[in-house]
Ligand binder design. Structure first.
Ligand code: F6P
Length: 563
């Protein structure tokens, strides 16, 4: 690994900073509670609400005072968060274990951005634009019907074969923006190596009208390569049955398969013409890649214009993160509030609760973004972390979650900070008689954060006529922290802003903790062992004999029960 001389050699230990010491002694809202804090200061909501691009973010229902926020900003200052942010935007190799720049923000710089970004002898802006133009040209051809399958039929379905960052982002965005799919092309996704995924996804499709995008940064991921081979076999079988001669297989693959990868040599080895491949670069992490060529399926389904708008949303949030003053910098503040919740209030999880059915895959997308980034026990110099890191992200859209797990958030023994996300304008403005159903929906959004913040006292319960042992069961303690995020509507730009917001929140937390948020060594061991165990599962007794008794027993169970 080469020296990264432009970096601070070792992270500051956050727990040794003056701000951390003061935060430890600081009560936050705990001596007071949100009821009192709001009653005391009529401007609290205003003081703790912020705008970032088109997002309105209300932090006032968190267990923080202005003093807490001030101390958290001191912590950011002492741990060099903004310096590290600037290093990231400039292309420094802040991914130390892989000696790479971290430049997903370069993927969304506008055309003609000035000054141009040159990193490691690469004209990043020119390269990004060149790939984008190729993607757009391809997308337009597929959308217009100029690009057809090998039998001359228009493409009606595009399947993205990928996993992790090569799947979760495209799936989430496709689901979020579905009504904007305007070219009569449906997107499908295959990720799991469970053969069910290929079987079910292709079951009712016509190979003649299906295009496959194999998306893999490394082009070595077992699941993706195996699934791509399965889909290729399904496609060729179907085409042969439709009368395509086997001698046309290469042409068929060229018309029905494209690839997205940083490893174009491996794409060619797989049999996909490099002319039908869209590249990206090692400085784009998998979980930060939905706005790279990994989003090709989105450009096809929604069109280049919508994709540009999506990228513009990311960039607007990048500019906010880069330029807004710390005390108004939303990703910085939200990241710091998360640090407060995790390290000082003991939160272990973080719920993300979109009041938009279109965002039903957003929590799953955020799980990879946040947990693969910040689930680390060592800092970027190899030393052990000095405080708890990465919380468990989870969530479901409201109001469904209200009828499932909200009970625990309201009355359980654990502190579960939650982000509530909602949009003023619905995609479907439906009415039930005179009732605007979106208003009914949003009333729930407003009600939940109010209930979580302010709860219900025993006196209030009694005043409603409840008596005896039922009273405590109906009391809500309140003081359950939430952040509300609102925007006018869920547009491609707003979605880009939301994703970039969480990318930067994740960055801020990682920077405070001194960890490398851009590697993922923790996924390696399982991959290695799966490779080793494949032969034991297939019946290799000697490999089976080497296993621990539990693993051996489980494999034996499988072998005994497999029909
Ligand atoms: O599971 C780890 C991981 O490397 C993720 O970080 C990545 O997004 C995913 O696998 C898929 O990798 P690739 O795009 O190289 O197939």
């Amino acid at each position: 690994m080469s020296e990264n001389s432009n970096l601070s050699p070792a992270p500051v230990d956050p727990t040794t900073t003056e701000a951390w010491q003061r935060l430890e002694e600081h009560d936050g809202m705990l001596d007071k509670g949100l009821r009192e804090a709001f009653a005391e200061d009529p401007d609290r909501a205003k003081k703790l609400s912020f705008e970032a691009a088109d997002l309105f973010v209300d932090l006032s229902k968190n267990l923080v005072s202005e003093e807490t926020v001030g101390l958290l900003l001191d912590l950011a200052n002492e741990t060099g968060v903004c310096k590290r942010r600037d290093e990231m935007f400039a292309g420094a190799h802040i991914n130390t274990t892989e000696d790479r720049a971290v430049l997903h923000t370069a993927l969304r710089r506008p055309k003609g951005a000035s000054p141009a970004l040159d990193v490691d002898d690469q004209n990043v802006d020119a390269d990004v634009r060149e790939v984008l133009e190729r993607i757009y040209e391809f997308a337009n051809k597929v959308r217009s019907g100029e690009w057809t399958g090998v039998t001359g039929k228009k493409i009606e379905t595009v399947i993205n074969v990928g996993i992790g960052g090569s799947d979760l982002g495209p799936v989430m965005v496709y689901e979020a923006l579905r009504p904007l799919a305007d070219a009569g092309i449906e997107a499908r996704f295959i990720s799991n190596i469970d053969p069910t995924d290929v079987g079910e996804t292709t079951r009712d499709l016509d190979p003649e009208t299906t295009l496959v995008i194999v998306a893999s940064k490394t082009f070595t991921t077992l699941e993706t390569i195996t699934n791509a081979k399965l889909v290729r076999a399904w496609l060729l079988d179907g085409l042969h049955a439709a009368g395509v001669a086997e001698s046309q297989d290469a042409e068929a693959v060229a018309k029905h398969f494209v690839a997205v990868s940083t490893a174009l040599d491996k794409v060619e080895e797989f049999g996909i013409d490099p002319a039908n491949a869209f590249g990206f670069w090692s400085w784009v992490g998998g979980r930060y890649s939905v706005d790279s060529a990994i989003g090709t399926i989105l450009a096809v389904v929604f069109g280049p214009e919508a994709f540009e708008e999506f990228l513009g949303g990311f960039h607007a949030m990048d500019e906010h993160f880069r330029k807004a003053a710390p005390e108004e910098n939303v990703p910085l503040l939200m990241g710091l509030v998360n640090v407060w919740n995790v390290n000082f209030l003991g939160a272990e999880t973080h719920a993300v609760l979109p009041y938009s059915q279109f965002l039903h895959r957003f929590p799953a997308y955020l799980q990879q973004l946040t947990m693969e980034s910040n689930g680390k026990s060592v800092r970027y110099d190899g030393s052990a972390v000095t405080a708890e890191t990465g919380e468990i992200f989870w969530g479901e859209p409201g109001t469904n979650g209200q009828h499932a797990f909200y009970q625990l958030i309201h009355q359980g023994t654990r502190l579960i900070p939650a982000d509530f996300i909602a949009f003023a304008n619905p995609t479907y403005a439906l009415k039930d008689g005179d009732t605007d159903v979106h208003e009914l929906f949003l009333a729930n959004f407003f009600a939940q954060t109010k209930a979580l913040a302010f709860g219900k006292t025993a006196e209030e319960v009694e005043a409603e006529g409840t008596t005896g042992a039922l009273v405590p069961a109906r009391v809500f303690s309140g003081d359950r922290p939430t952040t509300s995020i609102m925007a006018s509507a869920l547009t491609p730009s707003v979605l880009g802003q939301l994703i970039a917001l969480y990318e930067h929140i994740t960055f801020v937390q990682g920077a405070v903790w001194g960890i490398n948020s851009f590697d993922q060594w923790g996924v390696e061991l399982g991959k290695q062992l799966a490779k080793q165990l494949t032969s034991a599962v297939a019946g290799d007794e000697s490999v089976l004999a080497e296993q621990d008794s539990s693993t051996r027993q489980l494999i034996e169970y499988y072998r005994a029960h497999r029909a």
